[in-house]
Design a protein around this ligand. Sequence first.
Ligand code: BGC
Length: 520
Amino acid sequence: MGEKKKKNKMKCMLMAIMVLQMLFSHVSSLHRTQFPSTFLFGAATSSYQIEGGYLEGNKSLSNWDVFTHMPGKILDGSNGDVADDHYHLYTEDVELLDYLGVNSYRFSISWARILPRGRFGEINLEGIAFYSNIIDALLLKGIQPFVTLNHFDFPYELEHRYGAWLSSEIQKDFAYFAEVCFNAFGDRVKFWTTFNEPNLLIKFSYMIGVFPPCRCSKPFGNCTSGDSAVEPYVVAHNVILSHATAVDVYRRKYQAKQGGSIGIVIATKWYEPLRNITEDYAAAQRALSFEAAWFLDPIINGDYPAEMRDIVGSNLPEFTPAEQRLLESKLDFIGINQYSSTYVRDCKYSSCQLDFYEGNALVFATDERDGVPIGKPTALSGIFVVPYGIEKVVMYMKQRYNNTPMYITENGYSQKGDSSTSMEEMVNDIERVEFIHDYLSYLSNAIRQGADVRGYFIWSLLDNFEWAFGYTIKFGLYYVDFDSQRRAPKLSAEWYKKFLNGSNLPKVKEDDAKLVCSSS
Ligand code: BGC
């Protein structure tokens, strides 16, 4: 597309938003003031998905570097060697955040960049400098860094040495890594999370075996080694204790002088009972226990949910009394990644086919009721647009965890896109605008009902490496041309900017936008 044409396109999108604002001022609209003034509004990314520079600056290989280089693992045969080249372009990316007007940015630290050999080698000062520079650049723009210590990637050496999360050794490594980060960045970072979505990661890595180290057993998946009935719970136990140990270090040595807060991020679908019967209501509660409470109950209340113990039995590890003491109230806030919802029916009291993801909760998950899907499909199979789900999840957390402060650490909409998809198609992301508008509206309902939600981050700032789907799925507010590394704001980026600026924003309907564009 020529430069002039691109400019016209952008102008057209901006006009679409402005004209729609005037035309639809009578429809229910969303406004920044529906959220507290101290609310964090941001965008999120993760190290492996955007950084690239995979062997630069003394970084070692991570588990994902090794995995993506194995043939056949990633849908389009790609990897994160370069990704968004954020390693070299971070200054430009901070400008993109500044353009949006966000007051926070959620990103993760590559463990292999900070400690190439885990606790068995030196701290990599080049890695420290890289993140220090990002943090300084953000703060100069008034953007709060919201840092995830572990978003799926870790030094491969730990896998090789002792089987990483399968061994309790990892607790020492994670606590050491966390302390190195608190020490190096905690003077400037006030929001920490230990793990991103361990609940989802563990199922993908140790139950169905599609993420490294690809361990599983039948009927959940078909791997050469692993045990889907045992290992997910062992790994979760180590993650929970790693989290608690890191938080303990933060609380004892850093929190008082640095004044930050620390939490964990859990992926949480909303589970809606398929039928209006007691068994399906119980199934939905059970699915939530196996999804979120699996991690949050121990971290907040010191033990796994009773219904997990009931089903998983002796495969669910026990916490010793000392571990239970360590666990007590081990977070300041809950990070919630909320994208989709699903129907569930009971499989505990009547037999049915067990779903590979939710099946361990003895439920059958389905996206349809009476042939009608739960929401509009997205580019990712199994992920539907169900805006009310975010309100329900938040209200569930409010009630179960005594209104512990919450941040929506991820929420976003995916587009399909490969090298054959034009920039024009990708940039005109009206569906993403609708998605964000509607989810934010439902989130504001929860806040009105007293839920202590303190922030919201869109996944993602940039189109990036979408794990097993490579570059075929795009979540960015900014389009990225992976050949030239050029970034361009999508319609959703302009919409978000206007919203953050305090404009009253109705959602944009496709036909309306076309109307405005064709007349301009
Ligand atoms: C993960 C992100 C991922 C996103 C979209 C979340 O599960 O934290 O890394 O890209 O969902 O699939």
